[in-house]
Structure formats: structure tokens, C-alpha cells
Design a protein around this ligand. Structure first.
Ligand SMILES: Nc1ncnc2c1ncn2[C@@H]1O[C@H](COP(=O)(O)OP(=O)(O)OP(=O)(O)O)[C@@H](O)[C@H]1O
Length: 241
């Protein structure tokens, strides 16, 4: 689904306008406090902007501050899934039931939800983990299950918040490869501190600072021709590769 965003949250916290075509991945970069998480929270429905117009495909998710007819879709009605830094699996459910939870909540019967869960566990190479409880998973395994859980709901928009942030450096490349496979043709907003994530996964990049977009464009264009000090430092050495 295409995404059109105009959102203003508190003075200086966020003031952005951008569009994303169906099937594109957008990486959001920026220094600490730039507004990256606030942007994801607005899209997920966890923060109410003062003024905003957010459309996902044909659906208006938020329209506030424009006229008397405010629209505010609650998080569960948006078709938006958020994958956070920590896997945040339900500890009392097996891996299979964690992944089946979304399809069940969306109205699938038990057998259908189980089939969907098993298909997604296979996609993320976690079939052998299906009967385990989350406490018996490594960080990398838990994050793969979290990817399956997020995608099993067939979200129209997937939000990724530092998806490798809590993983050991040795595990991150395998996760990056997995995501590059399962994210193709999906509409995705990815917050990251790592330019390699952007290069591997994103079609386009925006750089935020002080809540505003200070650079935007095709991934390579932005990363190889940095216009701000932040991006210059972040990508130092990339051009040589
Ligand atoms: N719950 C909140 N209420 C009010 N202001 C907040 C809240 N959370 C964050 N802020 C402020 O909003 C601004 C943007 O913060 P945000 O967490 O979105 O930045 P970020 O780019 O995600 O940073 P980081 O990389 O450190 O996670 C900051 O000035 C921050 O202090």
C-alpha cells in the first residue's frame, strides 16, 4: 500500500511530510532525539499528533487539525505491524501460538491460524522452534519468530524499530539477509542507526534532525552524497566500498 504522511507533534518534536510508493522500504536515519521513534509511534497509532494527515492505500489512518471531522483509527484497526528492538513475544505461549495469535485475532479458525503460523515459521527458518517457549530462545531466534509473528497478520505497513539493535554483531547479518527476502514488495518504514541496514534493505532514505527532514532521496544517492554533518560521519568510509 502507498503511504502519505504529514504529521506535526508538539513544537520541535516532529514536523514531516513524505510519501512512499507501494512495495517500497524507507529507512529513517538521524541522531538521538531526532524524532525517529515519534514518527513510528504516529504511524502505529501510539502518539496522537496535533495536526496530521496520514493515508495508507485508500484508508485515512489519521486526519486531525484540518476541520471538525477528525479521524483517528486505533492501532489494531490500521493494518500496521511494529517490530521492535526486543522481540516482545508472549512468554506463556509457544512459538507457534505466538505467530498464530494475530491470525486468530483477525478471525481465522484454529486450524487455519496454525497453518499460517507454520508457513511463516518455515519462511524464517524457525520450524524446529515451534513448540518452544520464548524463554528458551536465543536473541536471534526470538527476533526471527517476531518477524514471523509480525508478517503473519499480513500488515499493509510494517514498521521496524532498530530490528538488529539488541542482537549480537555476529547474528545481525543473517537477520539482515532474512529481512531482505521477506520485505521485498512490502511497504516498510525502518528506523536504524546503521547505514548498512539502509543499503541492504531500503529503496529510499530520510534523515531527520530536530523533528524535520534534512535529507531525502534514493538510498545510494543520500548515503554516498551526504549533505549534513550527521550523514557525513555516519557514512564515512562507505564510498570507498
Ligand atoms: N513521550 C514523550 N513526550 C514528550 N516528548 C518526547 C517523548 N518521547 C520523546 N520525546 C522528545 O521528542 C523528541 C524526539 O524523540 P524520539 O524518541 O522520537 O527520537 P529518536 O530519533 O527516536 O531518538 P533515539 O535515536 O534516541 O531513539 C526528543 O526531543 C524527545 O526528548
Amino acid at each position: 500500500m502507498s503511504l502519505d504522511v504529514h504529521a506535526v507533534v508538539e513544537p520541535g518534536r516532529l514536523d514531516v511530510r513524505f510519501s512512499l510508493s507501494e512495495g517500497e522500504t524507507l529507512a529513517v536515519l538521524g541522531p538521538n532525539g531526532a524524532g525517529k521513534s515519534t514518527l513510528l509511534d504516529v504511524l502505529a497509532g501510539l502518539v496522537r499528533p496535533e495536526s496530521a494527515h496520514v493515508r495508507l492505500g485508500d484508508a485515512t489512518l489519521v486526519s486531525t487539525g484540518h476541520d471538525a471531522r477528525d479521524i483517528w483509527l486505533p492501532p489494531h484497526s490500521r493494518g500496521v505491524a511494529l517490530l521492535a528492538q526486543e522481540a516482545l513475544l508472549f512468554p506463556h505461549l509457544s512459538v507457534r501460538d505466538n505467530v498464530a495469535f494475530g491470525p486468530r485475532s483477525a478471525g481465522c479458525d484454529r486450524a487455519e491460524a496454525r497453518r499460517i503460523a507454520e508457513r511463516w515459521l518455515e519462511r524464517v527458518d524457525a520450524t524446529g522452534l515451534a513448540d518452544r517457549r520464548p524463554r528458551r530462545l536465543s536473541g536471534g531466534q526470538a527476533q526471527r519468530v517476531a518477524v514471523a509473528r509480525a508478517l503473519a497478520t499480513e500488515p499493509k505497513l510494517l514498521l521496524l524499530d532498530e530490528p538488529f539493535g539488541a542482537l549480537d554483531a555476529g547474528v545481525a547479518p543473517a537477520m539482515r539477509l532474512l529481512l531482505s527476502e521477506v520485505l521485498s514488495d512490502r511497504t516498510v518504514v525502518l528506523v536504524t542507526h546503521d547505514p548498512l541496514d539502509a543499503l541492504a534493505l531500503a529503496d529510499r532514505v530520510i534523515v531527520l534532525d530536530g523533528g524535520r527532514i534534512v535529507e531525502e532521496g534514493a538510498t545510494r544517492e543520500v548515503l554516498l552524497n551526504p549533505q549534513t554533518e550527521f550523514t557525513r560521519l555516519l557514512t564515512f568510509g562507505l564510498a570507498a566500498g
